[in-house]
Ligand binder design. Sequence first.
Ligand SMILES: Nc1ncnc2c1ncn2[C@@H]1O[C@H](COP(=O)(O)OP(=O)(O)OP(=O)(O)O)[C@@H](O)[C@H]1O
Length: 256
Amino acid sequence: MTELRLRGVSAGYGATPVVRGVSAEVSSGGWFAIVGPNGAGKSTLLKAIAGLVPCQGRVELNGKAPSRKEKARVLGYAPQNPVLPDGLTVTDYVLLGRTPHLGLLARESAADVSIVEETLERLDLTALAGRKLRTLSGGEQQRTVLARVLAQRTSLLLLDEPTTGLDVGHAQALLERLDLLRREDGTTVVSTLHDLTFAAQYADELLLLDGGEVAASGKPAEVLTPQRLRDHYAAETEVLHTADGHPVVAPVRRPT
Ligand SMILES: Nc1ncnc2c1ncn2[C@@H]1O[C@H](COP(=O)(O)OP(=O)(O)OP(=O)(O)O)[C@@H](O)[C@H]1O
């Protein structure tokens, strides 16, 4: 169980921060989606939480600033465009997710192998288990990267655009898997998501970033309004609703 709190977090790559003054609270077992237009700073904020870019302000896990070691134990991060080692098979790569759990020089146990097999199965990767990473399609590679982070079995997942490159069925299956993890194991999920309809259906809180600053935050139905989507994405949309009341963001063409 991991609760995440951000207090005035600013982060970036040089002298000028690209993310400024972000504060937020993510309860244990919550799903927090960071949304916003291209270049808003979503990935940078996720990297700041993971400790991968210099950051000011405070990132707290369960009420305190974690040590590097605690972070490695608790937090799993899947980047948007990871560099994949060429020669590895899908199984070898996903097994790397178990590394933080192994003792010094220890080899993976039968339990590690079974966690990897189960994860491959869940992400529809079993048939590709022996394939070299470089022979996979874009969507298959993306699922493999997510399998590795899920095999880590951490209590906080930071996922950068996890559904990019996935078809609608695989995207839905992945999001359902994450939702099950948080309901059954109390896993906390923080993800960036471009698909606002998926974000509205799975996340319980949204943070809308624009120009590195928080433009809005709250429940999906509060954040996703046509006016905000016009103001921050320069997009013309209608916000419809599914039968069970979830917002659906539909782009619309306006007569010119
Ligand atoms: N390694 C880097 N060095 C310098 N600037 C960077 C670096 N990575 C990102 N930036 C800049 O920081 C800003 C925020 O980038 P970031 O990737 O966080 O945005 P994003 O909201 O995730 O965008 P997208 O939706 O396009 O993925 C952008 O202006 C980008 O050009």
